[in-house]
Design a protein around this ligand. Structure first.
Ligand code: NAD
Length: 480
C-alpha cells in the first residue's frame, strides 16, 4: 500500500493528527494508497513556512524563479511515464489521454508561466505636464490553491505555476480523490531547487483542509476550481475577509450544430467533446443542439459512432473511455439517466454500468450515453452531470438555438458549428459563456483568458489574467 505524505516546509510528512484516508483506483474499485487526513494544524504549519519563505523567494527575482520552475517542468518531463501511469491509475482515465493531454499540459503550465513572468509588463500613464503614473505589481505573499479530480495535475499546476512565478509562496490542496500526481510533484521540488516552504502541498478532505485554507487570515487570495456549490461556500467564507477570489466552477455547455457546418468534422469532434475523459471535463459539451433539418441525420450518425466507442481497461490503447472517478460519482451519473427517463427522455444508447472482466470487474465504468426527448427546462438539461452523458435537442432557427444555449444557470464554454462567418460573430457575441469554440473544441492557447460567467465562476485564469490575479496592482503617481 502506497503511503503519500504532505509537503510542508520542504519536508514530506504525515498529518499532525496521524490519520489516513483511503485512495481508490477507479479501474478496479480497490484501495491502493493512503493520504494524510490533514487538518487545520497542518495548514497552519504550511502557512507559517510559506510566510517565512516568501521574502527570499520574492527577492530571487523573475529570472531566478523562472529557472526553478523550468527545472521542475524538466523533472516532470524526465519522469513522464511515471506521472502518466499515476494519473491514469488515480483517476481512471485512459493512459493514452494522460500521456497526450494531462501530463504534457502540466509541463506546459510550468514552462508557460516560467517564461510569461519574464515578459509580464507593467503599464505607465503619462499625464502631459502633470505627472507620470506607473503600475507596480507585487506578489501578496501566500496564495491558497484548491483543485478538483478531473484533470488532477493539469489543473493543480495551472494554479500553482502562475502563483509561484509571480513571486508568491503557495499552500495547495489537490483533490483527495486524485492526490497521486501532486504527491509525485512534491517529491521533485527539492531536486528542482524549490526552497523549503515555497510550495506546500496538503492532502485531505475539502471541508477540513480546503476550509482551513479558505478561512486562514494570512492567506489573502484563493484560487479554486471545482463544483459550483463548493465555490459558493468558499465565497461565503472568503468574501467577508476581503480575499481575492478566482472561482472556476461547473458548466452545462451547449454545442450548437447548424445545418451549414462541415458535417464530418463536426461529428468527429462532437464525439470527442462529449466523451473525452468520460465526459468529466468542465469544457465537455453536454447539451447538443442541432438544426432540425439535419437532426435525424445527426442523431443516426452520432449514435452509431458513440456505440462504437470502447469502454475498457484504461491501460490499453484500445480503450476510448476508462472508468469514472468514484463509486459515488458513477451512482450520481447513473441517477441522472434514471432522472432523464422519468422526465420523458429516451436513451438512444448507453445508460448503464459496464462490467469488465477479471481484476476490472469492480471498476466504475459507464457506457457512453445519448438521451433525447428532454426539454430545456428539465433537470437533465439544467444540472451538471459531469459524466459520459449528453442530450440532443433540435432547434428551428438561430434565435431558438441561442435561447436554448443560454437557458441554464451556467456559462463556461460553448461550441458552434457553422460555415457562415456572419453567423459566427453574431452567435459568439450572444452566447453567455466565457469561452466560445467555433468549428473546433479544446484548442487551447495558454495566453487567452479562461473562465466562465453566471454560476460557472468569477474571474479569469490564463496568461496575463493569472499573473494579475496573483499580484496586487499599486499605482505610483510621480509629479513631473
Ligand atoms: P469539488 O468542489 O467537490 O472539489 C474541488 C476541491 O475543493 C477539492 O480539492 C475538494 O477537496 C475541495 N473542497 C471541497 N469542499 C471544500 C470546502 N468546503 N472548502 C474548500 N475546499 C473544499 O469538485 P470536484 O468534484 O473535485 O470537481 C468537479 C467539479 O469541478 C465539477 O463541477 C466541474 O465542472 C468543476 N470543474 C470546473 C473547471 C473550470 O475550469 N471551471 C475545471 C474542472 C472542473
Amino acid at each position: 500500500m502506497e503511503q503519500l505524505l504532505n509537503l510542508i516546509d520542504g519536508t514530506l510528512r504525515p498529518a499532525t493528527g496521524g490519520g489516513w484516508l483511503d485512495v481508490h483506483a477507479p479501474a478496479t474499485g480497490q484501495v491502493y494508497a493512503r493520504i494524510p487526513d490533514s487538518d487545520e494544524s497542518d495548514v497552519n504549519a504550511a502557512v507559517e513556512a510559506a510566510h517565512r519563505a516568501f521574502p527570499a523567494w520574492n527577492s530571487l527575482g523573475r529570472e531566478g524563479r523562472s529557472d526553478v520552475l523550468l527545472k521542475l517542468a524538466q523533472l516532470i518531463e524526465d519522469d513522464l511515464e511515471g506521472f502518466v501511469s499515476d494519473e491514469s491509475r488515480d483517476n481512471g482515465k485512459p493512459l493514452s489521454l494522460a500521456r497526450r493531454v494531462d501530463i504534457p499540459r502540466a509541463i506546459a503550465n510550468f514552462r508557460f508561466f516560467a517564461t510569461a513572468i519574464l515578459h509580464f509588463p507593467s503599464e505607465a500613464h503619462v499625464m502631459d505636464d502633470v505627472a507620470v503614473n506607473y503600475t507596480d505589481r507585487q506578489p501578496f505573499g501566500v496564495a491558497g490553491c484548491i483543485s478538483p479530480w478531473n484533470l488532477p495535475l493539469y489543473l493543480f499546476t495551472w494554479k500553482i505555476a502562475p502563483a509561484l512565478a509571480a513571486g508568491n509562496c503557495v499552500v495547495a490542496k489537490p483533490s483527495e480523490i486524485t492526490p497521486l500526481t501532486a504527491y509525485r510533484l512534491s517529491t521533485l521540488c527539492d531536486k528542482a531547487g524549490v526552497p523549503p516552504g515555497v510550495l506546500n502541498i496538503i492532502h485531505g478532505l475539502g471541508p477540513k483542509v480546503g476550509a482551513a485554507i479558505t478561512a486562514h487570515p494570512r492567506i489573502p487570495a484563493i484560487s479554486f476550481t471545482g463544483g459550483t456549490r463548493t465555490g459558493a461556500e468558499i465565497a461565503r467564507v472568503a468574501a467577508p475577509m476581503f480575499k481575492k477570489l478566482s472561482l472556476e466552477l461547473g458548466g452545462k455547455n451547449p454545442v450548437l450544430v447548424f445545418a451549414d457546418c462541415d458535417f464530418d468534422a463536426m461529428l468527429k469532434t462532437t464525439v470527442r467533446s462529449s466523451f473525452t475523459n468520460q465526459g468529466q471535463i468542465c469544457l465537455c459539451g453536454s447539451r447538443i443542439l442541432v438544426e432540425r433539418s439535419i437532426y435525424a441525420r445527426f442523431r443516426e450518425a452520432f449514435v452509431e459512432r458513440v456505440k462504437a466507442l470502447r469502454v475498457g481497461d484504461p491501460s490499453q490503447d484500445s480503450s476510448d473511455l476508462g472508468a469514472v472517478v468514484s463509486r459515488d460519482h458513477m451512482e450520481k451519473v447513473l441517477g441522472y439517466v434514471d432522472l432523464a427517463k422519468s422526465e420523458g427522455g429516451t436513451v438512444l444508447c448507453g445508460g448503464h454500468r459496464v462490467e469488465l472482466d477479471g481484476a476490472l470487474k469492480s471498476g466504475w465504468y459507464i457506457a457512453p450515453t445519448v438521451i433525447e426527448g428532454v426539454g430545456p427546462e428539465c433537470r437533465t438539461n439544467q444540472e451538471e452531470i459531469f459524466g459520459p452523458v449528453v442530450t440532443l435537442q433540435p432547434f428551428d432557427d438561430e434565435a431558438q438555438a441561442l435561447a436554448l444555449a443560454n437557458a441554464t444557470p451556467y456559462g463556461l464554454a460553448s461550441v458552434v458549428w457553422t460555415s457562415d462567418v456572419q453567423r459566427t460573430h453574431r452567435v459568439a457575441r450572444a452566447l453567455q459563456a466565457g469561452i466560445v469554440w467555433v468549428n473546433c473544441w479544446m484548442v487551447r492557447d495558454l495566453r487567452t483568458p479562461f473562465g466562465g460567467v453566471k454560476q460557472s465562476g468569477v474571474g479569469r485564469e490564463g496568461g496575463v489574467e493569472a499573473l494579475r490575479f496573483f499580484t496586487e496592482a499599486k499605482n505610483v503617481c510621480i509629479k513631473l
